[in-house]
Structure formats: structure tokens, C-alpha cells
Design a protein around this ligand. Structure first.
Ligand SMILES: [Zn+2]
Length: 304
């Protein structure tokens, strides 16, 4: 009996020793390689806030997905339970993105400066919302890891009266393509992880409280801002997407709010958004003079 116990101890020691050998911390090298390859700089200015964000998120997420997000000082590329988080700032002026996940190489690039700018200027006007928004973004990125599907650089538009995204035409339907659906799926997984906190009664409810307050407030304010920015416009309900890979932020936040609080009002709002994007443009084609005039026919005797 005692011998068995000693054998078990040796086996455990060997496993730890082997892992110790293999799981060498090489986060600095990996981080430098990723930053250089993408022409990005490391952003050190949000370190203490991100420490707290990562602590909250890990506490909430690790029991569910068995993944831990870490900074470079703890990251060992051989440890497949780890995901490296790299805060960056862009070197190019026009680089507008908030976060990106590389599933295969297990890292998340996050642009805290841009997320802060988004929270302060365009959506919430409130410094206390920056941390919950960072938590939501990281939960979304972990959603990509659960799906095993990399998203495009997660763009959020800058809101300078472009809350509706590209205004091209109100005559063409805008569908939620399969690429955009991946983003909505990652969003919904973020909310599932938040809801799990309540069910599982984990001892770390910061993420749950933060997101449950953030999402409804964001949806309310984005919707209000759209009304003000587009006062008097005829197609105010048409929420265009900012690019070919991402649905617009107001639609995404409204979906997330519905996943958190599935009320009939929010369901109706989403149905309206979808109707305005897909069915209404087709109806508009029937009434648009550019199209109507092309259809107008004349009788041989056109004196009437
Ligand atoms: Zn995404």
C-alpha cells in the first residue's frame, strides 16, 4: 500500500518535472514576434486596469472553458490551457480596431486605448464603463476560442455620426452573412458565460454585475444617439454594418441585451431591425422613382 503511494508520488513528480521542462515561459518572445509581424506597439498604459480585468474574467471563465488568459510574463506557449493577451496600440494612424483572436497561435490582441475612446466619446461618456467594456470584449474573444473560429479584426465604428455604418443605399437588403454570424455567435457565448455565473454560483461575480449593467445602458445610449444623429432622416431604422465581416454595434448590443433579458420588447426591436435591413429595402425598390420611371410604359396613342 505504502509502495503504491510512493510510486504515485514519483509519477506526479515526473509529470510536474516534465511539464516544468516543457512549459518554459516564453511570452516575451511570442509577444514581440506578434507585435512586429502586425506592425503594432505594446501599450503599457492600461496595465493595472487590465490586471483587474483579467483577474475578473479568469475567475468567471476558467471553470467553464478550462482556459486562462495571461500576460507575457506568465505565458508558456507549450501550455495549451493558456491564451496570451497582448495590449497594443497601432503604429498607423488609420488603424481602427479593438481586438483580434488568433486561435491557432493562442493569443488575443487588444487595443485598450481605442476601447476607452469608444466608451468615453461615443457610447457611454463614463470612465467607469471602460473596464466592463474591456471585459465584454475579452469574453467575446474567448467566444471565438470556444467556436474555434477566428474573427476578423473586431472593428467597432468610431461613431462620428456614422453610427449607421456605410450609407450606400436604402434599396438593397443587407443580410447577416455567415461571417457576420460568427461575430453574433461569439457575442452570444460571451453572454452565456455571464449568465452561467448566476447558475453556477461561482465566487466571482464582478464580471456578471459589470456586464449586466453595461449592456442595457449601452443599447439605450446607442439607440438614443442614433435618433439624435439622424433626426429627420427617412431610413433611420436601417442599421448598416461597418464592414463586410461585422454586424453594426447597436444591433450586436441589442442582441446581447436580449440574450441577457429575453423580453418581448427587445424581441420586437430586433425583428424591426432585421425587417428594416432585409424586407423594407425590397419594398422601397417599388416606390423609388429611379426604378419606377424605368418601369413606366406608354400606350401607342399616348394622348391621355
Ligand atoms: Zn469577433
Amino acid at each position: 500500500m505504502r509502495q503504491n503511494w510512493i510510486v504515485s508520488l514519483i509519477a506526479i513528480w515526473m509529470i510536474i518535472a516534465c511539464n516544468g521542462n516543457v512549459a518554459k515561459i516564453d511570452g516575451k518572445e511570442v509577444e514581440n514576434a506578434v507585435l512586429t509581424a502586425n506592425d503594432l506597439s505594446k501599450d503599457y498604459s492600461f496595465e493595472s486596469m487590465l490586471d483587474s480585468v483579467i483577474e475578473d474574467v479568469n475567475c468567471a471563465v476558467f471553470p467553464i472553458v478550462n482556459k486562462k488568459i495571461v500576460f507575457q510574463d506568465k505565458y508558456a506557449s507549450m501550455d495549451t490551457s493558456q491564451i496570451l493577451v497582448i495590449p497594443f496600440s497601432p503604429n498607423g494612424k488609420n488603424f481602427k480596431s479593438s481586438a483580434y483572436s488568433n486561435i491557432k497561435s493562442r493569443y488575443i490582441l487588444i487595443n485598450p486605448g481605442y476601447i476607452k475612446e469608444f466608451a468615453m466619446k461615443n457610447t457611454l461618456n463614463d470612465a467607469t464603463s471602460v473596464k466592463p467594456l474591456l471585459e465584454l470584449m475579452i469574453l467575446h474573444e474567448i467566444g471565438h476560442f470556444i467556436l474555434q473560429r477566428t474573427g476578423a479584426f473586431d472593428a467597432i465604428n468610431d461613431g462620428d455620426s456614422t453610427q449607421l455604418g456605410e450609407q450606400q443605399s436604402n434599396l438593397e437588403p443587407e443580410f447577416i452573412t455567415s461571417e457576420k454570424k460568427v461575430e453574433l455567435e461569439a457575442d452570444s457565448l460571451a453572454i452565456v458565460m455571464v449568465r452561467k455565473q448566476k447558475v453556477n454560483k461561482y465566487d466571482c461575480l464582478n464580471v456578471e454585475f459589470n456586464i449586466e449593467l453595461l449592456v442595457p445602458a449601452m443599447q439605450f445610449q446607442m439607440s438614443g444617439k442614433r435618433m439624435i444623429d439622424n433626426f429627420g432622416a427617412s431610413d433611420i431604422g436601417f442599421l448598416h454594418d461597418p464592414n463586410s465581416s461585422h454586424p453594426n454595434m447597436e444591433l450586436r448590443i441589442t442582441f446581447m441585451n436580449y440574450f441577457l433579458y429575453p423580453t418581448a420588447t427587445l424581441k420586437g426591436l430586433i425583428d424591426d431591425y432585421i425587417y428594416n435591413r432585409t424586407v423594407r429595402p425590397v419594398h422601397n425598390q417599388l416606390l423609388d422613382p429611379r426604378i419606377y420611371q424605368g418601369l413606366e410604359k406608354h400606350l401607342p396613342d399616348d394622348s391621355i
